[in-house]
Design a protein around this ligand. Structure first.
Ligand SMILES: *Cc1c(COP(=O)(O)O)cnc(C)c1O
Length: 456
């Protein structure tokens, strides 16, 4: 049977999901009072006048003491608290090991390097991601190969992955973008068949699940970010998780100047055994992280629940829809909540004007990523002395690269269709989510007037 059949019709298509969201299904388009009012962009009342939940948040003054204790102790570089954080994070994700590092970018760089991915290797990656994903490939001297996304899920399309595999393909750097799991089961099957390393970029996907397993624990390694905007914020910070002891020992060594695994910070006479950098966590980062971890599960469940609720609401409005989830998804964590915009159903209103109208209603929103595979940092890498030495002219011919890496689905999503809400907006109450749907409905009802007034 056609695989497409198995993709959920919408995030609400599955009975199990309905049970999770427990939604009032009696919502009917264009029946809310708000939709009869004038849109805020035309001088009407805002749909939402409250505050959206703050981010990041420091949840309790009870946590202050754990940070102050570290400051007073003088033990600031990695030590016991960092080890405790790593044990707990491994436990939370369901892997044998975890190593903390300075940020998600370096978690990716380290993971690629320690799976021995470098010069001459091709790494398949989505064009729909944060730039750090691709920088990590280039910083290891490898070649990014872009496989276009699925327009319904915004995730890398496994069919396109298979088309891009050559004898040089070494790895898939698999991103669960927006906190929504990629088609993990099918991608792991492809990887096994072609003997590829799978590194999961779970920097937006803390506690997202496929078949009950946390993302990051399914491939050869998983990478997380604890940067301020992320679902588990520390300010800066990152982690690598894996069940492979040898790989994790190498990562440890690499993150600590090449000293053998287990060498304590401060011991500088043991002799370095490999090339390494220095990207260690600090004790106060670990302490902040241990506190953030206490509430992560509850917050994640709230985002999932509210995300489902909002999806149901917006799916009832013509021209706006939620993304689909792959069948095996048991939890999406919506670091960003994506909506798919169809301007035809809004009388041809350009997305930029729709965003302006929605923002005027008191609903912060953005267009999301711009296409990544055509940005000039890739050309810059190819022109660098390193790449000029590592590769033949034809291997890094930039025009060939552009030709071979076209991603028309991604271009269309980026340029016309995607709309993002941020994760903190899903931590409010249901009435705040209702006002998002009401705002969109109001814009829809008045599309013609808005377009005319803006002269578009
Ligand atoms: C944030 C992010 C990273 C990088 O993490 P930092 O901690 O900011 O270095 C990598 N990949 C994705 C998909 C991200 O969202």
């Amino acid at each position: 049977m056609n695989r497409r059949f198995f993709i959920r019709k919408s995030v609400l298509g599955g009975a199990s999901l309905l049970a999770v969201s427990g939604i009032n299904s009696s919502y009917v388009f264009a029946k809310s009072k708000d939709s009869l009012k004038l849109p805020a962009i035309l001088g009407g009342p805002k749909s939402y006048t409250g505050l959206w939940p703050d981010w990041p948040r420091w949840k309790s003054p009870n946590y202050d003491e754990s940070i102050l204790n570290i400051l007073r102790s003088g033990v600031w570089s990695r030590s016991k608290v960092t080890s405790e954080f790593e044990d707990q994070w491994a436990n939370m994700i369901g892997t044998k090991r975890c190593l903390s590092v300075v940020n998600g970018t370096n978690a990716l760089i380290t993971s690629l390097a320690q799976w021995n991915i470098g010069p001459g290797d091709e790494v398949i990656v989505t064009p729909y991601t944060f730039v750090a994903t691709v920088q990590a490939i280039l910083l290891n001297g490898a070649l990014p190969v872009f496989a276009d996304i699925d327009a319904d899920t915004f995730q890398i399309d496994p069919t396109n992955i298979e088309k891009k595999i050559t004898e040089k393909t070494k790895a898939i750097l698999l991103v669960h973008i927006l906190g929504i799991p990629a088609d993990m089961e099918r991608i792991m099957r492809i990887a096994r068949k072609h003997n590829l390393i799978v590194i999961e970029d779970a920097c937006q996907a803390h506690l997202a699940e496929v078949g009950g397993k946390k993302v990051g624990s399914i491939g050869h390694a998983g990478c997380f970010s604890f940067q301020t905007s992320k679902n588990m914020p520390i300010g800066e910070g990152g982690a690598i998780v894996s069940n492979d002891d040898e790989f994790m020992d190498r990562c440890y060594s690499y993150h600590n100047l090449g000293f053998p695994y287990g060498t304590q910070v401060g011991n500088i006479s043991g002799g370095a055994v490999m090339v390494g950098t220095k990207i260690r966590f600090t004790e106060y980062q670990a302490a902040i992280g241990l506190n953030q971890m206490k509430t992560l599960r509850a917050e994640t469940d709230k985002r999932w629940d509210n995300g489902m609720y909002l999806a149901k609401k917006i799916d009832a409005i013509p021209g706006i829809s939620s993304v689909k989830l792959y069948m095996e998804t048991t939890k999406a964590v919506f670091h960003l909540f994506p909506m798919i915009y169809d301007k035809q159903k809004f009388k041809g209103m350009p997305r930029s004007l729709f965003l302006k109208a929605l923002q005027a209603e008191g609903v912060p929103c953005s267009a999301g990523y711009t296409p990544l595979h055509t940005q000039s940092f890739i050309k810059n890498a190819f022109e660098s002395r390193l790449y000029q030495k590592l590769y033949s002219k034809s291997e890094i011919d930039y025009n060939d690269f552009l030709e071979n890496n076209q991603c028309p689905v991604n271009d269309k999503i980026c340029d016309e269709k995607s709309i993002w809400l941020t994760q903190n907006m899903l931590l409010g109450d249901k009435s705040s989510l209702d006002s998002i749907a009401n705002a969109i409905e109001k814009i829809s009802m008045n599309a013609e007037k808005i377009i005319k007034r803006e002269g578009m």
